[in-house]
Design a protein around this ligand. Structure first.
Ligand code: GRG
Length: 306
């Protein structure tokens, strides 16, 4: 992300190389995102209203990694190449197209935050994004309801995109999030020690949202089915890489850099990629992991070996 070389042809048609910060292309839209999300989740009952907007407030919006990628992808794909234009998107003005793609970015962030709210209840987590988790501050019950409410508002926003394929893609992502979470909490020892199972679970838990929303951006842009598949593959690989790095950071990060305690996966009995790789390299670590799984209070002893 250190800025890439951008080739610009000036009027004189001489080639000029300039440093372009790609994020500058979407900075204005991103600066408006949290305001828009807060407006989208205004609720009738005050308690629900404050729970729903909790993670869209200044300072606790998170990295907004997914909307950033989606808006950049929209910028890259909104090229009006005649053979790439499907009739439906040709019929809408460029400003309307961008508005709908911004809608995908908003919906994606809303689904993401809904999943975080439910995840923190399931894990009984007390911190998120460097502040008290919503369940810690307002309780489990309102956190579950706020997550449901965000999903409902996301559905309404999805319908407004007037594209049934996009509705179907993003609705299926919610099923994938639930599937990934269930795979994580109910697995056999053999499954927990399998890299294939880990990758499948990680696709559902993390990569599906990114890959399907990238595909949605391409479809709205009127790109061909082939380009839509490439957008999906890009999002899938990015999502898998994102989770692998997230798993490493759980071992190497600090409370300050993570916004929550480190080693939270292993303390919840979740075996992630760094341990799976280490077990492949050093089979004797299986005993350590077995002991850990038998008695999670062995975590500090196990970490000494790992
Ligand atoms: C209600 C939609 C819904 C789902 C319920 C609980 C659950 C099923 C799924 C949990 C899925 C989950 C929490 C996956 C982890 C995804 C992940 C990598 C989160 C961290 O993302 P960042 O680093 O977080 O982008 P910020 O805080 O920056 O937004």
């Amino acid at each position: 992300y250190g800025g890439f070389q951008h080739h610009l042809y000036h009027q004189s048609s001489s080639l000029v190389e300039e440093e372009l910060d790609p994020f500058s292309l979407v900075a204005d839209e991103l600066s408006l995102l949290s305001n828009k999300l807060r407006a989208m989740v205004v609720a009738e009952v005050p308690k629900l209203a404050s729970a729903a907007e909790y993670f869209f407030k200044r300072g606790v919006e998170g990295k907004q990694f997914r909307p950033t990628i989606l808006l950049l992808m929209a910028t890259a794909l909104n090229v009006r190449v005649p053979e790439a234009l499907a009739s439906e998107s040709a019929a809408i003005a460029p400003s309307e197209l961008r508005l709908r793609q911004r809608g995908v970015a908003e919906i994606t962030e809303m689904i993401h935050v809904a999943s975080l709210l439910h995840d923190d209840v399931l894990d009984d987590a007390d911190t998120r994004r460097g502040v008290g988790s919503l369940n810690f501050v307002m309780g489990n019950k309102i956190s579950v309801l706020a997550g449901d409410f965000l999903l409902s508002r996301a559905c309404v926003a999805l319908a407004a995109l007037k594209n049934t394929e996009v509705v179907s893609l993003l609705a299926t992502v919610v099923e994938h999030l639930v599937t990934g979470e269930t795979m994580q909490m109910s697995s056999t020892t053999e499954q927990r020690h399998s890299m294939d199972y880990y990758m499948q679970k990680t696709y559902y838990k993390t990569a599906s949202l990114i890959s399907n929303s990238c595909k949605a951006i391409a479809l709205l842009a009127g790109q061909t089915a082939e380009v839509a598949v490439l957008a999906f593959e890009y999002g899938k690989n990015l999502g898998l890489a994102f989770q692998l790095i997230d798993d490493v950071l759980d071992f190497t990060g600090t409370s300050a850099s993570l916004g929550k305690g480190s080693l939270s996966d292993i303390r919840h009995g979740i075996i992630t990629a760094p341990i799976l790789f280490a077990m492949e390299e050093f089979p004797q670590l299986r005993n350590v992991v077995d002991q850990l799984e038998e008695d999670p209070t062995n975590v500090d002893i196990a970490l000494g070996y790992l």
